[in-house]
Design a protein around this ligand. Structure first.
Ligand code: DAS
Length: 356
């Protein structure tokens, strides 16, 4: 008589081997760490109809990941809650803390890629900061969403899936910090939040690097500016960031803001000028006085796209001013803070603005 336990042992062995092969297959997948900081991607609204009225930074990372089992198809994912804040409230301390954690994880042999979930308001600044100071070639992908996960047609789940998929991809290595939003793979350096109410919010004036569709990356260009492993800056050597602020140019401009920042002891002042970074005649003496007091003056433009030409609207050589190249004011501020940890003269700063 067939040993009545024979077929059971056989079945058990079959199930065990099937489970172990699934476990082995999962263990073989790239390990992606998701560092959660808050924002709309962790937001929650009162009803599904609330696509724009909701509270940001509510859903913890474990719940975010548990709500997206499809992530297991592309990577072995673990999560850490670094902060739980709306990103308009990011400070330099948040930037330093996050970058140090990303840097430490990037050094771990068992980590293949890193995703940072982030509010969209200052996502572009964090992505650029990481691009400048984290020395790694492993993929780092920053991701957010324009609608909370509770909303109809929420965009966060696919954005996060795309981010993990890209972070798990070998072909995403060495391309600098990336941002995945709305099926596009953007450069962390170039991308900015350009529309404040659509899911197609993030734009790079030089175009996305590529697209990610159903877990596959389609690349069309690569960054040419210095980043990550090719950077001269290293978060592991940065203890603090200097004060750098921004004044806005407009019709009937006055010098109150310029003088106040000069007195406040900023190390650099970004002037977001009209047109090609123009400075109102009545503001030039105030900016020159601030420069004379040792503050670096960086001419950017309030016009979002294009780039500021040196010595065009103002005699930058004569005034010893710097131009921000194609960086929007908020990005120029990030680069100025990082640059000032090494360079103290306008000539060195200008070289850094050309190269990064
Ligand atoms: N307040 C915004 C932020 O946290 C919400 C978002 O769009 O993510 O950046």
């Amino acid at each position: 008589m067939l040993n009545r336990f024979g077929w059971k042992n056989g079945l058990a062995a079959l199930v065990l081997s099937a489970l172990s092969s699934v476990a082995l297959a999962q263990a073989a997948k790239p390990h992606v760490v998701v560092l959660a900081t808050g924002g709309t991607i962790a937001g929650a609204g009162a009803s599904a109809a609330n696509s724009a009225t909701y509270s940001a930074a509510k859903v913890p990372v474990d719940k975010l990941l548990a709500g997206l089992p499809e992530l297991g198809q592309v990577a072995r994912v673990s999560g850490e809650q670094v902060f739980q804040i709306a990103s308009e409230s990011f400070t330099n301390d948040h930037l330093l803390t996050l970058a140090r954690r990303v840097s430490a994880l990037s050094k771990q042999a068992d980590v293949n890629g890193i995703v940072v979930t982030h509010g969209t308001d200052t996502l572009e600044e964090t992505a650029y900061f990481l691009n400048l100071v984290v020395r790694t070639s492993k993929p780092i992908v920053v991701v957010g969403s324009m609608r909370p996960g509770t909303a109809l047609s929420a965009d966060g789940a696919l954005n996060l899936y795309d981010a993990v998929s890209v972070a798990a991809s070998q072909d995403a290595a060495g391309k600098g910090v990336l941002v995945t939003m709305n099926d596009e793979i953007q450069s962390g350096r170039d991308v900015s939040k350009s529309i404040n109410i659509k899911t197609e919010a993030f734009k790079s004036q030089w175009g996305p690097l590529g697209m990610v569709v159903e877990g596959r990356n389609y690349w069309f260009r690569a960054p040419v500016k210095r980043h990550t492993n090719a950077s001269e800056f290293n978060i592991d050597e940065i203890q603090s960031l200097p004060a750098v602020d921004i004044v806005y140019g407009y019709s009937n401009m006055n010098t109150t803001g310029i003088e106040a920042y000069g007195k406040a002891g900023v190390k650099a002042l970004i002037h977001a000028g009209t047109g090609n970074g123009s400075v109102a005649a009545q503001a030039v003496p105030a900016l020159r006085a601030v420069r004379a007091s040792g503050v670096q003056v960086i001419r950017a433009a309030r016009v979002p796209d294009g780039f500021v030409l040196r010595n065009a609207e103002q005699p930058d050589d004569q005034y010893d001013w710097v131009v921000s190249h194609d960086l929007r004011p908020q990005k120029a501020r990030i680069l100025a803070m990082v640059a000032l940890t090494k360079a103290q003269d306008a000539k060195s700063l200008q070289r850094i603005f050309w190269e990064y």
